[in-house]
Design a protein around this ligand. Sequence first.
Ligand SMILES: Cc1cc2nc3c(=O)[nH]c(=O)nc-3n(C[C@H](O)[C@H](O)[C@H](O)COP(=O)(O)OP(=O)(O)OC[C@H]3O[C@@H](n4cnc5c(N)ncnc54)[C@H](O)[C@@H]3O)c2cc1C
Length: 396
Amino acid sequence: MAIIVDLDKCTACGLCVEACPFGVLRLEGERLIIGDGCNLCGACVEVCEFGALALPATAAPEPRPEVPPDGIWVFAEQRHGRLAPVALELLGEARRLAEILRVPVSAVLFGHQIHDLATELTAAGADKVYVVDHPRLAEFLEEPYAQALIELARRCQPEIILAGATYPGRAFIPRVAAALDTGLTADCTAFDLDLEKRLLLQTRPAFGGNIMATIVTPRSFPQMATVRPRVMKRLAPQPERNGQVVPVQVAALDEPGKSRFLQTVAEITETVPLGEAEVIVAGGRGLQDGKHFSLLEELAELLGGAIGATRGAVDAGWISYPHQIGQTGKTVAPKLYMACGISGAAQHLVGIQSSDFIVAINSDPQAPIFQIADVGLVGDLFEIIPALIQEIKASR
Ligand SMILES: Cc1cc2nc3c(=O)[nH]c(=O)nc-3n(C[C@H](O)[C@H](O)[C@H](O)COP(=O)(O)OP(=O)(O)OC[C@H]3O[C@@H](n4cnc5c(N)ncnc54)[C@H](O)[C@@H]3O)c2cc1C
């Protein structure tokens, strides 16, 4: 079954060739050739201004295909021409899943004048990059971003869509899932696959972080999930990797939207670069008083690190919320995480599990933090930390 071409109406204008997300259309002289790999998505039919193309009568896509044809998609979030690190992390995870499912990985890049980012995405693991370049996508707005992803997903039918649980991801991905009439699991921390049923097993903390729940959406496609930054590991970039860049037009974007971008107002708040810190010295209720954070600050300064905290310490008013790490705070992945007077509640651990090396200082040998620590120091932090500080100073 193939696209029906009315040769009398076709002017060989080439619009359909540009619009084909799979690059299977080409012009040979005045003749339109439909190559192998056409999945009858209808993108060419939509853009043809002369009514020369039509889908065969029975080719309307099934609303819930058993195995949708377009593999795993990663929403490649970017802002002002810089990719969000979570996009690269998700491509790493998508690659792992794709090897098992034997499907391609595509990055979906929205913005204006952002084509340059496509090579970064292919180097990070994308086989294909769908680029929707439109002035309405220059700044993040829920409505046009949702319109673009909904239209693209309906057209190409990916099996899985992954996005960052960032501000934009949290804002527009639920709209997309609702419009596609499918499920969405937010804030996943791990993925696995049920190969027999081709289901994505989506694990996330539930019931206040006390259990890890594995969620499946067995009756709807695509399977959609969001993941917080720094939970998944990105692959080492492979600049020599080749990928296909597919510019896509989304008709809905040419309609005037209900919302429009006015301006960005810088948030006036304390900023703690926890997300980028290679060393984090974090304190909990074991510090016994806010003033004792000065001890951690001295250690952090010597190690070139940032200060983190548990919700216990934040709730006690000892330190401000931007320092909070965990389920309701930030997710971090430093090379060294020092947990000082922190018990290791599940809600805290979920934010530090991607750390490379964890040192825990706690007076209680039964504290759960020791179960995930690489090095555990059982003792009084008010003795151990000053001794550490002294040792570091002496060694320099
Ligand atoms: C929905 C929900 C979301 C949550 N989100 C978060 C979150 O994002 N982040 C977060 O951190 N928590 C979160 N929590 C709270 C979490 O459950 C814990 O209550 C919190 O992490 C405990 O903080 P803590 O380790 O500082 O305090 P505690 O659990 O009281 O632990 C203090 C530790 O200090 C040790 N200690 C005491 N004195 C000393 C000393 N002198 N020297 C050495 N060790 C000492 C003790 O042995 C103890 O292990 C959340 C809870 C819920 C219900």
